[in-house]
Design a protein around this ligand. Structure first.
Ligand SMILES: *[C@@H]1O[C@H](CO)[C@@H](O)[C@H](O)[C@H]1NC(C)=O
Ligand SMILES: *[C@@H]1O[C@H](CO)[C@@H](O)[C@H](O)[C@H]1NC(C)=O
Length: 314
């Protein structure tokens, strides 16, 4: 009886162990599949870049670095907002990789909000990728801002592009996913931003905290601005691609050197959607999207400041 019990115990635990090991292997497999590399470009490995990259990438406790706020100039992250021209920037990043000695990595799509555990996993896998590739990398994924510093890792250089919130709402309608907010306003009832907050600009810059997803929150707006000032040398505006590209080339030169030439030579502009919205609807929307508009205007002014001395470089 006693013997029988022992055998059962051993069997039980070995079975459990197998399951745990299996889960572990599965998880690791997932991690390996995390990266979809879309660009297949041949690189000239300029040795100085490589050395530079290696130096930069052998990190590190932030305490060792001594400077918590320093962002890594050779590690770019585009956490694009849907329907705002992110795909356009990705295309540019893919085309410029060969020219500027870096590689663009498209991260697997996933949720915008991650648990602490998953944020840590993502950061670890990104850092593993950086170490393995040993050249500067740019990444993109549509995800709310992640504070790398919080995980004791040097922050990437973040970049992003946003657009006028009303144009964005209209483009959603245009692409067939009708906005509940617009429907509500058209019915002349009292409306609020509701769940559509998840798609707007501020959460992408404010970050992972639940307070970032409260409509018209002053706290979320301030946090978003703070993160932009600290981690985003450039946030572009779809309505002003010229200034966006000038600012990117000036302030994020390693990745965007030559972007204006490329844009002029090879790419045509993004077609604008013709807004068919009466002024009263627009005014109601501007009230409902008050902090979103404040943020948009703030980014616009920042971009203007950054490019006012650039002159007509085209
Ligand atoms: C990021 O994390 C660091 C370290 O935990 C913290 O000091 C800093 O306030 C955080 N920044 C934001 C914007 O949350
Ligand atoms: C942007 O630059 C292009 C190319 O020179 C020019 O044709 C266009 O008018 C500019 N657009 C704006 C809004 O300045």
């Amino acid at each position: 009886m006693n013997m029988y019990f022992k055998v059962r115990c051993v069997l039980y635990y070995s079975c459990l162990l197998t399951i745990v090991a299996f889960i572990f292997v599965l998880n690791n497999t997932n991690e390996l599949e995390q990266f979809e590399i879309e660009t297949v470009t041949t690189f000239k490995y300029a040795s100085e870049y490589r050395t530079l990259a290696n130096q930069r990438l052998v990190t590190r406790s932030m305490a060792d670095l001594g400077q918590m706020d320093r962002i890594n100039k050779y590690f770019l992250f585009l956490n694009h907002v849907p329907n705002c021209g992110g795909e356009f920037l990705i295309m540019l990043l893919q085309q410029l990789g060969g020219l500027n000695n870096y590689r663009h990595v498209r991260l697997k799509r996933g949720a915008q909000i991650l648990t602490t555990y998953d944020q840590n996993e993502l950061i670890t896998s990104i850092y593993r990728k950086l170490r393995d590739e040993a050249i500067p990398l740019s990444f993109d994924r549509s995800i709310y801002f992640i504070n790398f510093t919080h995980y004791d890792k040097q922050s990437p250089t973040y970049v992003n592009i946003i657009r006028d919130p009303i144009e964005k709402l209209s483009s959603r309608t245009y692409f067939g996913k009708e906005s509940e907010l617009l429907k509500c306003i058209q019915m002349r009832t009292k409306c609020s931003i509701g769940d559509e907050i998840y798609d707007f600009n501020i959460p992408y810059f404010c970050g992972q905290h639940p307070k970032c997803r409260i409509g018209n929150s002053g706290w979320a707006l301030e946090m978003a601005k703070k993160n932009v000032e600290k981690f985003y040398p450039v946030v572009g505006i779809l309505e002003d691609l010229n200034s966006t590209l000038i600012a990117l080339e000036e302030h994020v030169p390693y990745f965007f050197k030559g972007v204006r030439q490329l844009y002029e030579k090879k790419l045509s502009g993004i077609p604008r959607i013709n807004l068919q919205m009466d002024f009263s609807t627009q005014n109601i929307l501007k009230r409902i999207l008050k902090t979103e508009y404040e943020f948009y205007e703030w980014i616009k002014a920042r971009l203007k400041r950054q490019t006012q001395y650039a002159g007509n470089l085209y």
